[in-house]
Design a protein around this ligand. Structure first.
Ligand SMILES: Cc1cc2nc3c(=O)[nH]c(=O)nc-3n(C[C@H](O)[C@H](O)[C@H](O)COP(=O)(O)O)c2cc1C
Length: 382
């Protein structure tokens, strides 16, 4: 059997030398510095479009609208990416700026749009409005075979099917697809089972596109495991959050190092106004206030407003204002406390490292030979 390194991940026209996508992390956590560094190390760096008008205007010291800011963020990441690929994560739930996020990222030269937190039904139609439509890979995030089927049916009417799929399981950071804790813990919803469902749907549509595993991927061995299950790559968030280059502040990063497994909770009642479970560090001051109903309901940012409504606007018993909590964590919401979201593997983080060291670790097998730990380059059967 001949041996080779981890195979590259090819999505539409984009070649990702190391089959690792750094997941988009809003608000401001998958910053241009993080995405640029990951792309420069051979992975795909992914920005988050959430609240980019505020973030990029603040960084550049001039007021930009959302479309201009999305374009500028891509340009800033590309400037440090050594020609490596840059994607934009655009959440369906952030409705008011969805179209501007798509078109602005395309103005900036983005290589891929990755879209979840809802089903990105309108994405191919919006992309068609842009002259770069053919250049950009479209990658929905799904968590079931059913959602995959719904997207394929809807997109086929637009004449464009997805270029790849991210399948996100219940261990991921940020929002996850389920509304109740029991559903997230149901063995039927384990990532391996979701992948099987999604791969079957792709097969039934005769669609040979890369399927990418996300949620709880932590080591080289994990990457190898999912590739052996039929995936073409992985998407990872939490490990990249704990790098020098991420947009998380020092307190956030220190909590990642210090936290224990039972510090990580799925916020529900009260939870995110999106209605999906939202994984948090229970030490987050904003979350503690939400649990004690200590913060008066208020939504003055409007990113999640749907026809003027956000469930956190007038009541605080079911939902809390994640926009203000997440913006506070990047110092863009004065007078608000910090809210920290993490993946379930956060308790395994023991130190903050550079993207270069992390990518080297993930590309490298750790093997035991005669009870000695050896580091060896990745070797995969081909
Ligand atoms: C801090 C944090 C914020 C996240 N924010 C988003 C987001 O804004 N949009 C999104 O689609 N996914 C988001 N995610 C999910 C990641 O893109 C990725 O799929 C997930 O983290 C993979 O699981 P892992 O954290 O176990 O590696 C977030 C994850 C983390 C850890």
């Amino acid at each position: 059997m001949s041996m080779a390194e981890l195979p590259p991940l090819i999505i539409r026209k984009t070649i990702i030398r190391v089959p690792i996508i750094q997941g988009g992390m809003g608000i401001g956590l998958s910053s241009y510095t993080l995405a640029g560094a990951v792309a420069s190390e051979g992975g795909m760096g992914v920005l988050s479009s959430a609240a980019l008008d505020r973030i990029v205007s603040d960084r550049h010291g001039r007021k930009m609208n959302h479309r201009e800011a999305a374009a500028q963020d891509v340009i800033d990441a590309k400037n440090i990416s050594n020609d490596g690929p840059i994607g934009m994560n655009i959440m369906v739930a952030v409705m008011n700026t969805y179209e501007d996020s798509v078109l602005g990222s395309m103005d900036g030269g983005v290589d891929a749009i990755i879209s979840g937190a809802g089903l990105p039904m309108a994405l191919p139609e919006i992309v068609k409005l842009h002259p770069r439509a053919d250049e950009v890979a479209l990658i929905p995030i799904v968590s079931s075979g059913r959602a995959t089927e719904v997207i394929f049916k809807r997109w086929s009417r637009s004449g464009r099917l997805p270029d790849a799929l991210v399948v996100e399981g219940p261990l991921a950071g940020g929002h996850i697809a389920w509304r109740e804790q029991e559903q997230a813990e149901d063995p039927a919803n384990k990532l391996e089972n979701l992948l099987k469902e999604v791969l079957e749907v792709c097969k039934s549509w005769n669609l040979n596109i890369p399927v990418i595993a996300a949620g709880g991927v932590y080591t080289y061995e994990d990457i190898k495991h999912y590739i052996q299950l039929g995936c073409s790559g992985v998407q990872m968030g939490t490990r990249f959050l704990a790098t020098h280059e991420s947009g998380a502040n020092n307190e956030y990063k220190q909590l990642l190092v210090d936290c224990q497994e039972d510090d990580i909770e799925l916020a529900n009642k009260p939870g995110s106004p999106c209605g999906m479970l939202f994984r948090v560090l229970k030490q987050s001051p904003f979350y503690q206030d939400a649990l004690n109903f200590a913060r008066a309901p208020k939504c003055d940012k409007g990113y999640l407003l749907n026809k003027g409504n956000c469930s956190a606007k007038n009541e605080n018993d079911k939902a809390f204002c994640i926009c203000n909590g997440l913006l506070a964590s990047i110092k863009l919401a004065p007078n608000e406390k910090n809210l920290y979201t993490v993946g379930q593997t956060a308790y395994r983080i023991k130190k903050i490292m550079s993207v270069k060291d992390l990518m080297n670790e993930l590309k490298t097998a750790t093997i035991l030979i005669s009870n000695k730990l050896m580091i060896a380059p990745i070797e995969m059967p081909v």
